[in-house]
Each structure stands twice: as structure tokens, then as C-alpha cells.
Design a protein around this ligand. Sequence first.
Ligand code: FAD
Length: 273
Amino acid sequence: MTPVHIIVCIKPVPDPRRWSKLKLDPETMLLERSDLEPVINPLDRNALEQALVLKKAQKATITALTMAPPSAEEQLKEALATGCDQAFLLTDRAFAGADTLATARCLAAAIRKIGIFDLIFCGGYSLDGSTAQLGPQIAALLELPDLTHTLELELHKKTIKARCRRDRGQVRLECDLPALVTFDQQINQPRVPGMVGIKRAMTISITCWDRKALELEADQVGLKGSPTRMLSIFSPDRTKKGEFLKGPASQIAAELVQKLQQKHLLEPEGGRS
Ligand SMILES: Cc1cc2nc3c(=O)[nH]c(=O)nc-3n(C[C@H](O)[C@H](O)[C@H](O)COP(=O)(O)OP(=O)(O)OC[C@H]3O[C@@H](n4cnc5c(N)ncnc54)[C@H](O)[C@@H]3O)c2cc1C
């Protein structure tokens, strides 16, 4: 039986434990990431874990893929340490300023170049950009079916069956391979790499591709290839303060009603006159 080939897309994001240090650059209107240590986007760990579960259940090879600055070798090494077989880093100054479409274009071009695959796994969304667009955009560019926000996944020879979260509940979906799947955090508990995996990762070299290697034109990547225009940015207003009402429940309820009526958020008893 030919092993299933799963490509897992991994995004390095600023470590959420240090988010209090995040700043927005008012000139470029971008996040200042340089001072913050990147980690694998938490939901991409879930995607990676699901690939490793399939690898254990049946023969599979796993490829980790990212478009990021050269420092992302660290996150790819970590993916290799958990059990990935190979890793690709798309890195080029020309990729800077990419919006979701330009990012998806690079990832789709790399996946075409990698060649034969059965499944592409992504996190449901990233913790920093958080648009949840990347998965569906890669699927559209590669003309693949996509199953998003997956909570449960079964692989049956050349089809997959999934239970996926939707705004008003859940749906069961089924499609033929190749396909793209994005995962929610509830699907599994990601593993932590062990010493054997870390040693193995040190023996695997990461393949780096730039714009030319992906055969993309300069106006298809980075800021030039990004139709999104950011018009303004702002930090959320943190000046509002909460107020605690104290006393017995009936007194708190009466006080709350009075305050809401004063702010015209609740009509006075008896309705409008
Ligand atoms: C005008 C503009 C300029 C920007 N400039 C920059 C910039 O200079 N530097 C910068 O870092 N960001 C920049 N961004 C943000 C960048 O567009 C997003 O980081 C990127 O497109 C991913 O979008 P997202 O975070 O919403 O991913 P989502 O769609 O929320 O992510 C879903 C999943 O897609 C996969 N994925 C997402 N991104 C990658 C990736 N890079 N590699 C592999 N897999 C991935 C992961 O599996 C992830 O869980 C810019 C955005 C805009 C609009």
C-alpha cells in the first residue's frame, strides 16, 4: 500500500504567553514581532497531531511547510522532532507584507512543487492574524475540496469523513482525496517531542525555497501581490471600567435596573409614556 502523504501548514506566531508585549507599528500598520519569540500556532499543533495519529494508524509520510522568515527553522525542527518526515521553508524578502492571498499563493505553489499528496492539514485559524482564510484559499487555488473546523476525522482508503463545527451546530461531511482539512483545538491533545525525536530532527535538513524556486512573479508575492489595503489601525479602548455592585441579590437587582434606566439601556417600568 502506498503511504498517504500529508502536508501540514505551520505558521510561527508570537508566543501567546507574552502578548502583553505586542505592539502595533503606527507607520507600517503591522505587528512588531521582532522582540517576541515565535512558537508554532497552537491550532497547527492540533493539525500536526492529527497527521501523527494517522501515521500511527496506517502508513503515512508527513511534510511540514511554512512561509516565514529564516528563524522559522526552529518551528520546523520542532515539527520534525514530533515525527514529520521532511520540512520546507519558504523564505524571501520579497514575501514581506503578504496578505492572506499572497501567502496562500506561495503555499499553493510550494505544494504543487512538492508534488503528489493526499491531504493538506491547516489550523482552523492563526492566533495572530486569525482570519481563518488560508486553508480555504489554498484549497481554492489548488481546486481541492476543503473541510473546515474539523472536530473528528476518519480516513477510509481514498475518502475522508469528518464532523465539523458550524455557527449553529455541527455537520458531517465526506469527500474524496486529495482534500484540505482545517482543525479546531478540541480535536486532540498535541504531543510534546521527546529526546529521540529531537535527535532525529537534527539529522534532517530543511529545504528552503525562495520566490524564484516557486516560479512566482514579483507582483504575485509580498506587498506587491497583496490586494488588501489597511486604511487604519487602532488599539481597543481600555479606559472603560467595570463596576461591582454589592449587597443582597434583591438590592443589587434593583440598583442594576436603576443604572440601566439612567443610561437609557432599559425602559422605565410601564414602558414608554
Ligand atoms: C496588507 C498586509 C500586510 C501584511 N504584512 C505582513 C508581514 O509583513 N509579515 C507578516 O508576518 N504578516 C503580515 N501580514 C499578515 C499575513 O497576511 C498573515 O499572517 C497571513 O496571510 C496568514 O493569515 P492569518 O494569520 O489570518 O491565517 P489564518 O487563515 O487564520 O490561518 C489558518 C491556517 O493557515 C496556515 N497558515 C497561515 N499562515 C501560514 C504561513 N505563513 N505558513 C504556513 N501556514 C500558514 C496555518 O495552518 C494556520 O493555522 C500582513 C497582512 C496584510 C493584510
